[in-house]
Design a protein around this ligand. Structure first.
Ligand SMILES: CC(=O)SCCNC(=O)CCNC(=O)[C@H](O)C(C)(C)COP(=O)(O)OP(=O)(O)OC[C@H]1O[C@@H](n2cnc3c(N)ncnc32)[C@H](O)[C@@H]1OP(=O)(O)O
Ligand SMILES: CC(=O)C(=O)O
Length: 539
């Protein structure tokens, strides 16, 4: 019989304490639904009364299977729990559970609260008892608990006991400043259990200030704690909270946790984890962290030739779990670290069949390595790799030829006598026997200057005659510029991410001593790849 571990998500509360993060009510609703679909047990929605967004969210909160929880603090000094307006706002949110934070470190009681130690115990007791008397499942977040235990274990324990005796369902040990290392978290959690607070009433709330929040959480579970607090993608105050996106697959897929525990997350729901992680980044307008464990875009990328060779024989040679279990994907990219195994895998993924003994494979590999030496980078620009391979194999149609292009940047006064910048691009291409000339400016629909590369992109894509239908839904979504070493010279490498109407994304690379030329090369490659992918016949 497996023991139950409870997952408590605080993305909408501690996650909102991340610098630069501010959720709207609609975003909170979307995140809450995603957490519920995942199978999280508790969703902490925020602090009702602390700000209008949190108050409005609790009014509009979705129906969830998860226990919805409102966060607040123990009653303030000089008021009774019944007469504290901050506590009243938390209870008025009418959630089935309420989590109250209170001090568990004597230094904080006297210094931050300016209270006597006994007054703080009474505030914890009366606040928890008040929440319980209102029919709520009460949780007590013991703030600064681990530092408090190290400074004065008797007092830290009496804070936990005050909440426990007042009826709190969960006593949550918080490493608020995030400085306690995993071994110490494990030892102190075990000491708390030995002192009489049962493990199945204990939660753990770690911060990542030493990069150990996940490890500290697992140490507390090993010692007996049975509730885990954390956030999606490790959002949270300062360096963040324990990352549930890492912890959940670890608990479901890794021993001893997989055999010993069950959570509310099913293996089926686990396959939605990568999507949930990317959804949050999308809301935050953040580029997803490629190296994130389990869910990062690089988590199952096998760049080195030795790795790729073995992966093709059996993926378990270089993968600790199957990426499909967490909804992620395996990728074998091309680069100067690659061998023939990478190459064959990439070609097959692009639908290009080549006999294993075809001598052109070796030529393509050499060309990739030579071009990477000149500054190109193909592991982040798979579309350019595919075009290079198609060229070498004679599989790239002769769509169009760029005869010339020009871009000018002008700074001048507008009719309101303000200095403005305007870029203008001219591109001439030859398609079959016909020459086409397109001109475009850099201004967007609001009249703002989008720069010379944007003007070039617009001019290039403005009139490609018979190919126009295929490229009309293309847009440039990211543009990365980097000065790098090409042989012995400094060169500019530009990587462009493009997207089409179907949500398909691809990356292309250009390299030159001149940023405009590098950008133009990447832009042309982006269009060529789209034409190839759409199976467009050359005019
Ligand atoms: C460890 C954590 O992350 S806990 C979560 C922390 N989250 C937040 O602080 C975000 C939401 N907070 C807020 O919007 C505001 O701080 C509010 C609305 C809660 C309070 O605002 P204000 O009344 O203006 O107080 P302010 O923020 O300046 O200071 C906090 C007060 O609470 C007191 N306090 C702090 N913790 C506790 C506690 N556990 N129990 C009782 N009082 C507490 C402080 O002593 C201070 O009181 P003082 O002003 O008399 O010195
Ligand atoms: C409660 C909380 O967020 C902390 O102690 O870190």
């Amino acid at each position: 019989m497996k023991e139950r571990l409870y997952l408590y998500d605080t993305t909408l509360r501690d996650g909102q304490q991340t610098q630069g993060v501010q959720f709207s009510v609609a975003e909170k609703i979307q995140i809450a639904r995603t957490l519920d679909d995942l199978g999280i047990d508790y969703i902490e929605g925020g602090w009702p009364g602390a700000n209008p967004t949190d108050s409005d969210f609790f009014d509009a909160r979705p129906q969830t299977r998860a226990t919805f929880t409102a966060f607040g603090m123990t009653r303030r000094a000089g008021r009774s729990a019944e007469n504290d307006d901050v506590l009243a706002a938390v209870l008025n949110a009418q959630t089935p559970a309420v989590c109250l934070v209170g001090k568990a470190h004597d230094f904080h009681v006297t210094t931050a609260l300016g209270q006597s130690l006994e007054e703080n115990l009474e505030a914890i007791r009366s606040s928890v008892a008040h929440a319980v008397s209102r029919g709520r499942e009460a949780l007590f977040d013991a703030e600064h608990f681990f530092d408090g235990w190290k400074a004065n274990p008797d007092y830290a324990l009496s804070c936990l006991r005050a909440a426990f005796d007042a009826g709190a369902r969960w006593i949550v040990l918080c490493d608020t400043n995030g400085g306690t290392l995993p071994a110490e978290i494990g030892r102190i959690t075990a000491e708390v259990i030995a002192a009489g607070i049962p493990g199945d009433r204990l939660g753990i709330h770690c911060h990542d200030d030493t990069g150990n929040a996940v490890a500290g959480t697992l140490a507390a579970v090993d010692a007996g704690a049975r509730q885990i607090q954390g956030t999606l993608n490790g959002l949270g105050e300062r360096c963040g909270n324990a990352n549930l996106t890492t912890l959940i697959p670890t608990l479901l897929l890794k021993e001893p946790y997989a055999s010993r525990f069950e959570t509310g997350v099913t293996h089926d729901a686990l396959r939605g984890l990568t999507r949930a992680s990317r959804m949050l980044d999308d809301i935050l307008n953040r580029v997803p962290l490629r190296s994130a464990p389990y869910v990062g875009a690089s988590a199952f990328v096998h760049k080195a030739g030795l790795h790729a060779s073995a992966i093709l024989k059996d993926p378990s040679t270089y993968e600790h779990v199957d990426p499909a279990l967490v909804g992620n994907q395996r990728l074998i990219p091309m680069s100067n670290q690659a061998g023939l195994s990478n190459l064959r895998a990439r070609l097959a993924a692009a639908g290009i069949e080549v006999a294993p003994d075809d001598p052109r494979l070796g030529q393509i590999l050499r060309q990739i390595k030579e071009r990477e030496d000149q500054g190109y980078a193909y592991d982040g620009a798979q579309a350019s790799f595919e075009l290079l391979a198609r060229r070498a194999l004679g599989l790239l149609p002769d769509y169009f030829e760029v005869k010339r292009y020009r871009v000018t940047v002008e700074r001048r006064k507008n009719k309101y006598n303000q200095m403005v910048t305007l870029s203008e691009a001219v591109v001439v291409v030859k398609i079959g026997d016909e020459k086409m000339l397109s001109v475009s400016e850099s201004l967007d629909e609001t009249g703002s200057d989008r720069g010379p590369v944007n003007a070039l992109a617009k001019a290039l894509a403005k009139d490609l005659g018979p190919y126009q239908a295929s490229i009309d839904d293309m847009k440039l979504v990211d543009f990365k510029v980097r000065i790098t070493q090409g042989g012995t010279e400094a060169v500019t490498r530009v990587i462009i991410d493009s997207e089409d109407g179907a949500g398909q994304r691809w990356s292309t690379v250009g390299v030159s001593a001149n940023i405009v030329d590098a950008s133009f090369e990447a832009l042309v490659e982006a269009i060529l790849w789209k034409l190839v992918r759409d199976g467009v016949a050359p005019a």
